[in-house]
Design a protein around this ligand. Structure first.
Ligand code: UP5
Ligand code: MG
Length: 190
């Protein structure tokens, strides 16, 4: 990585827990660059890259794209940003993602923001999002929930054991959730 000692915050939570929504708020108040791994993968599909079809199939099945693909996209975005503070949203999603990121970049997150939300609420949000995402149908949503429980929660537990998880009750209205997030990031910098 070109950026020296960047501040990296992993923003994790189930599908529809509000990661993207809250990252946008944090960017405005605290000057981070928001990197959504899912957005980067969807942009890669649109760009017509050679990996596009593979990525599209994985997302449609709610499966986790091989880490070398995602990490390459994240590294490129980090380098292009010119910033030194990043919210990495929706990554790492499994142990392999986590270990590979640490190995390739040599970076550990400063902390992990975890948006905790019950499945019923996440399902309601995803089914009413209406942004044309190919994975926002009930069949894929159920697969995404299963992958979150089986593969992504263990990553959160790993960081929790290291004292790095800041857990937020994400089932409340957007403004209330952001009040809690603000408290984690500290006083406003601008
Ligand atoms: N909303 C948000 N907050 C609300 C609140 N407090 N109250 C009421 N409504 C709220 O929010 C979802 C919807 O809920 C929106 O309509 C919003 O207005 C509303 P959003 O902020 O978009 O939630 P988010 O957690 O970002 O949901 P998202 O669907 O993006 O989460 P996923 O983790 O499922 O999606 P992601 O894009 O990260 O990944 C998609 C797929 O890409 C994965 O399933 C996987 O196949 C692949 N992927 C990888 O393989 N590797 C990666 O590293 C990343 C992704
Ligand atoms: Mg998102």
């Amino acid at each position: 990585l070109l950026n020296k000692n960047p501040t990296i915050v992993f923003v994790l939570g189930g599908p529809g827990s509000g990661k993207g929504t809250q990252c946008a708020n944090v960017v405005e108040h605290f000057g981070y660059t928001h990197l959504s791994a899912g957005d980067l993968l969807r942009a890669e599909i649109k760009s017509g890259s050679e990996n596009g079809t593979m990525i599209q199939n994985m997302i449609k099945e709610g499966k986790i794209v091989p880490s070398e693909v995602t990490i390459k996209l994240l590294q490129r975005a980090i380098q292009e940003s010119g910033n030194d503070k990043f919210l990495i949203d929706g990554f790492p999603r499994n142990e392999e993602n986590r270990a590979a990121f640490e190995k390739v970049t040599g970076i550990e997150p400063t902390f992990v923001l975890y948006f905790d939300c019950p499945e019923e609420e996440m399902e309601r949000r995803l089914l009413s999002r209406n942004q044309g995402r190919e994975d926002d149908n009930i069949e894929t949503i159920r697969k995404r929930f299963k992958v979150f429980l089986e593969s992504s929660l263990p990553v959160i537990n790993y960081y929790d054991a290291k004292g790095k998880v800041r857990k937020i009750d994400a089932a409340r209205p957007v403004e209330e959730v952001f009040e809690s997030a603000k408290a984690v990031f500290g006083p406003k910098t601008e």
